[in-house]
Design a protein around this ligand. Structure first.
Ligand SMILES: C[S@@+](CC[C@H](N)C(=O)[O-])C[C@H]1O[C@@H](n2cnc3c(N)ncnc32)[C@H](O)[C@@H]1O
Length: 452
């Protein structure tokens, strides 16, 4: 697998046209999902049936609450990696690690076409797999790149120390009232008028100063780490102290309250150094140098719609797909990162385009055709996903239908079946109330398929 490039499809690749794509029946009658999958439709040799049975047995033996996962595996740091950024709708790290270790082995290639903040990508790297992630949301892609960056602590620490020293010096000047000192980089505040609505002027000045120093960093990977760290504190620095959904819905604060952005950032940067260092150590202790080289060479995070997957990934290149697509009508992922996008000069324009292409976005929920559009978009994406998968490769879809929306999962299962996949099984777990989404998605189900 190590020398297989999954990129750069040539233009000769067959486009998926309405003629060659199997049509998806949107079932009028929703079949009950069998926890056993559809053994009856899988025409396997006895050997392959046995292989399926053992995977099914493995999956059935999993405690999906993951109560003892960390003590049993020693993977104590994976929650800390996940918590580097508060990105909404994150997958449970133990769930990602468990699926990957049950269904793949080191040296293989995993695809997550809805990579979000990179929980599944980070778990893949941890398990010794290279990973391709895609997301329509550019901020999600930056976060994911950080989580799979594998920067050695002895390179990361000096760069972080230099940034810290500059920011502490800047803080002294600001506290002494010398905001125009030549020793201080002038603040960089793109989209100033809009940004002024969210932060106290003092906080905004500090944020602009931090961004100037970040933009000054030459080392590209560290610049991305420093920017993602910046992105992760914007909510805490803003004067909108309600749930992130208020920011997502553009509910600006009524009054502006000073928060020390520099203190918050400096503290957070130290956490980033520790957590990324632990992640690097955990991965390098477990993996061979050859695996690490392969992971670095092959792994990519692509900012694009999953609907364009055939332009980025060759047919039959992927060993395992694990993904948690947007749940229909539940979240606005692009808008959730509104505050970060405001710190990019072209952020508002990027936001406008990305949110239109976001599959199943919450803001589209009142359209009469919302569920139908979601099913059509997802069915097309699933068709390409199956094409990208090697024969006998597994595809895991983690999905929670909201009781407040028309269910979509029966149609998605039907789409995978007609795309030549056997349904191995479905496993439902409760979502802890602090993670429960609005409108209440109380359960999520892991649907496991195998390409025939
Ligand atoms: C449930 S979240 C994934 C969360 C991720 N597993 C994590 O742990 O952070 C779904 C993601 O799908 C992305 N998305 C929505 N429509 C998309 C599309 N058409 N193509 C690619 N990504 C899309 C959203 O931006 C969001 O990040």
């Amino acid at each position: 697998m190590a020398n297989v490039s999954a990129y750069g499809r040539s233009s000769s690749n067959r486009a998926c046209t309405a003629q060659n794509r199997p049509s998806v029946q949107t079932p009028q009658v929703h079949k009950r999902i069998s926890s056993q999958g559809d053994k009856q439709t899988t025409k396997h040799t006895p050997h392959k049936r046995l292989a399926n049975m053992s995977v099914l047995a493995k999956l059935q033996s999993i405690d999906w609450s993951f109560a003892t996962f960390q003590s049993a595996t020693g993977l104590y740091h994976i929650d800390a990696i996940s918590n580097l950024h508060w990105y909404p709708g994150r997958c449970v790290p133990s769930l990602a690690s468990t699926l990957i270790s049950a269904l793949a082995r080191p040296g293989q290639l995993l695809l997550d076409p809805f990579v979000g903040s990179g929980t599944i990508a980070a778990a893949a790297v941890e398990a010794g797999l290279a990973t391709i992630g895609m997301d329509i949301n550019p901020i999600a892609c930056l976060i994911s790149r950080v989580k799979i960056s594998l920067m050695p602590p002895d390179r990361l620490r000096p760069l972080a120390n230099a940034l810290t020293t500059s920011l502490v010096t800047a803080q002294r000047h600001i506290e002494a009232g010398c905001t125009a000192s030549p020793a201080l980089l002038p603040p960089s505040i793109p989209n100033g008028e809009e940004n002024e609505l969210w932060y106290h002027p003092g906080t905004l000045f500090e944020l602009g100063t931090i961004l100037s120093y970040i933009n000054n960093i030459e080392h590209e990977t560290f610049r991305t780490i420093a920017f993602v760290c910046f992105s992760s504190i914007l909510r805490a620095c803003s004067s909108q102290s309600n749930h992130w959904g208020y920011i997502c819905d553009n509910m600006r604060p009524q009054s502006l309250v000073y928060k020390s952005a520099l203190n918050i950032y400096l503290k957070r940067l130290q956490q980033y150094i520790v957590v990324l260092g632990d992640h690097f150590t955990a991965v390098t202790l477990r993996r061979s140098a050859a695996d690490l080289r392969m992971i670095r060479r092959t792994s990519r995070i692509i900012t694009a719609s999953a609907a364009t997957i055939n332009q980025h990934v060759r047919d039959a290149a992927i060993d395992l797909i694990v993904t948690s697509p947007p749940y229909s009508g539940v979240n606005d992922y692009v808008d959730s990162q509104r505050l970060t996008l405001l710190w990019l000069p072209d952020g508002p324009e990027v936001r406008r385009i990305s949110r239109c292409n976001e599959t199943g976005a919450r803001w589209k929920r009142f359209r009469k055709t919302a569920t139908g559009e979601f099913i059509t978009d997802m069915s097309d994406i699933l068709h390409y996903l199956v094409r990208s998968l090697k024969p006998h490769g597994y595809l895991c879809l983690i999905y929670g239908d909201s009781p407040a929306r028309t269910p979509a999962i029966p149609a998605l299962i039907s789409a995978l079946r007609i795309n030549n996949c056997a349904h191995i099984g479905s496993f439902t777990r409760g979502i802890p109330s602090k993670r429960a989404l609005i409108p209440k998605v109380m359960n999520e189900t892991i649907h496991v398929f195998r390409k025939l």
